[in-house]
Design a protein around this ligand. Structure first.
Ligand SMILES: *Cc1c(COP(=O)(O)O)cnc(C)c1O
Length: 397
């Protein structure tokens, strides 16, 4: 084979693969309802789009500084100051081509072969492959549904070895919607400091949070914890800007410099026009976020309530993000037309074929008992999709 061993060690993103399958069915004229996509169904706000047009018209179309234009770095620094009471200097923040790219740069800048990275499951699909691509080993630590899928200090402590280099935390979580409280983060921080572990805190869903729950970042626990943390955030989810590819990281300057070096030899700067738009997003009116959260909240309540009255389905109430993550293991070993549903992937195949509903199997997130619903789609569509699912599940025996 002429392809690299590295390439063979990972699979393509299962969420994007599911989306592709649903799109192909739709192109073939089948009315598929998709709960698969991990992006807001809203348009980027007008003032942000207008800023991009202006940037283009004014000729802001050349290379920029690798780690982002000073104006955007300053807007990011101001965001951390006002939202999170965290202070960073310009050389402690950098802009990348989406939040995913922040993760990639960090893994390349920090990890050596043999290093272990603790990843609580259920996890976002990209964490293990990005760790593997850096030559390091993902150490998956399971969490419990009854503990709202949160990592406890005890189970973190048990997973630590002399090889442990990094912990990846994600709050609010994709796929579970769980939100860590300040005191839970303090408990984890103690273990982190004791063992001198680095932390990647993925805060991409920071603003998509419900019931007036406060958002806490582990970097806020103390200056000492902040000095061991790289925060990942970005514009994709908060401002419905997934296609613009702007994310950012903040952390210790040596690490940020390493990440910038990796970026300088791979993508160079993120898109210049999108950077200008990002400044407008961060500094402009924030009411589009509130409107989006209100719409997500209504759908969240409806989805969870409907799921929890379905036979054999149980769904925790997600505190943030735009996903429901119900336990559907009741249906495993059920049969349909002679075939047995063995796990979440089989169940998703069945629901796609019989109910024409696209979902992502929990196994993609490291827990086979669940399936993930993205409710980034209109309420009427959610209703219709749930009706179809309820009907199809009722046919399993
Ligand atoms: C969507 C997402 C990201 C980053 O997405 P980008 O589009 O690359 O900014 C990061 N982490 C999680 C958990 C996500 O769901």
């Amino acid at each position: 084979m002429f392809l690299s061993e590295r390439m063979k060690s990972i699979k393509p993103s299962p969420t994007l693969a599911m989306n592709a399958k649903a799109l192909a069915m739709r192109a073939a004229g089948i009315d598929v309802i998709s709960f698969g996509v991990g992006e807001p169904d809203f348009d980027t706000a007008r003032h942000i789009r207008e800023e991009a047009v202006r940037a283009m018209e004014e000729g802001f179309t050349r290379y920029t500084a690798v780690g982002g234009i000073p104006e955007l770095k300053d807007a990011i620094i101001e965001k951390f100051r006002s939202d999170n009471s965290l202070s960073y200097e310009r050389d402690e923040v950098m802009v990348s081509c989406g939040g995913k790219h922040v993760l990639y740069n960090l893994a390349q800048a920090l990890l050596n072969p043999g290093d272990e990275v603790i990843i609580p499951a259920p996890y976002w699909v990209s964490y293990p492959p990005v760790v593997i691509l850096a030559g390091a080993d993902p150490v998956i630590v399971e969490t419990e549904e009854i503990e709202d899928f949160k990592l406890s200090p005890e189970s973190l402590e048990r997973a630590v070895t002399p090889q442990t280099k990094l912990l990846i935390l994600n709050s609010p979580s994709n796929p579970t919607g769980s939100v860590y409280t300040e005191s839970e983060l303090e408990g984890l921080a103690q273990v982190i400091l004791k063992h001198h572990i680095w932390v990647l805190s993925d805060e991409i869903y920071e603003k998509l949070i419900f019931d007036d729950r406060p958002f806490s970042s582990i970097a806020q626990v103390s200056d000492e914890v902040k000095s061991r943390t790289v925060v990942l955030n970005g514009l994709s989810k908060t401002y419905a800007m997934t296609g613009w590819r702007i994310g950012y990281g903040a952390g210790p300057r040596e690490i940020i410099a390493g990440m910038a070096k990796i970026q300088s030899q791979s993508t160079s700067n993120p898109n210049s026009i999108a950077q200008k738009a990002a400044v407008a997003a961060l500094k402009g009116p924030q009411d589009s976020i509130r409107a989006m959260v209100r719409a997500f909240d209504e759908r969240r309540k409806y989805l969870v309530q409907r799921l929890n009255v379905m036979t054999g389905v149980h769904c925790n109430v997600p505190g943030g993000a735009f996903y429901g993550f119900p336990n559907v293991s009741y249906y495993f070993n059920a049969t349909t037309e002679g075939t047995t549903i063995k796990g979440s992937a089989d169940l998703c195949e069945y629901l796609l074929a019989k109910a024409r509903v696209a979902l992502v199997p929990g196994i993609a997130f490291g827990d086979d008992d669940f399936i993930r619903f993205s409710y980034a789609t209109g309420l009427e569509t959610i209703k219709e999709g749930l009706d179809r699912i309820e009907d199809a599940l009722g046919k399993l025996v």
